[in-house]
Design a binder for this molecule. Structure first.
Ligand SMILES: [Zn+2]
Length: 159
């Protein structure tokens, strides 16, 4: 675990230095099939076996990107707020609430543990955009939408 953790941190820092982007990385992205993610927003943060145990009542759309598909943006829907339970590297269990940018980042990285990528979650019309296009034409656009009530199918009456 420690070896993979170190290598995740090193890889993310290297990617950041080379691309000027990147807030998190999941172990499967460096070929290690374990349930470990690494997030570096303010402080280095390792989450072992992270699971989403609660979501709020709103979703928002995100133009998301990913080191596994570096040239592409995809519009996806994420819960605006999540509660995530995980263990730290010492095996201690924690629960954290996150909103907005941090919430979508955690959902993105946890998706990687299940082999799910942003291209598996496109929403709406025209949900993909090449990075080059984005920078050229849409660079000023917001990457995050506003929180909206989650869409759920209405139960149909049985006739
Ligand atoms: Zn990713």
């Amino acid at each position: 675990m420690r070896v993979v953790a170190d290598s995740l941190q090193e890889t993310l820092r290297d990617l950041k230095a080379r691309h000027g982007m990147g807030r998190g990385l999941a172990a499967p992205q460096i070929g290690a099939p374990i349930r470990l993610i690494y997030v570096e927003v303010d402080e280095p943060w390792f989450l072992v076996n992270p699971e989403i145990v609660d979501i709020g009542e709103t979703d928002f759309h995100v133009w998301d990107d990913c080191f596994s598909i570096p040239d592409l943006f995809a519009r996806v829907t994420r819960a605006y707020g999540v509660v995530v339970r995980y263990q730290d590297l010492a095996g201690e269990t924690h629960e954290v609430s996150a909103e907005g940018a941090l919430a979508e980042l955690l959902q993105h990285e946890i998706d990687h543990l299940d082999g799910v990528l942003i291209v598996d979650r496109p929403i709406g019309l025209d949900p993909f955009c090449y990075r080059e296009e984005w920078n050229k034409h849409r660079g000023q656009e917001k990457r995050h939408g506003d929180p909206e009530p989650r869409w759920t199918p209405k139960p149909q009456p049985v006739v």
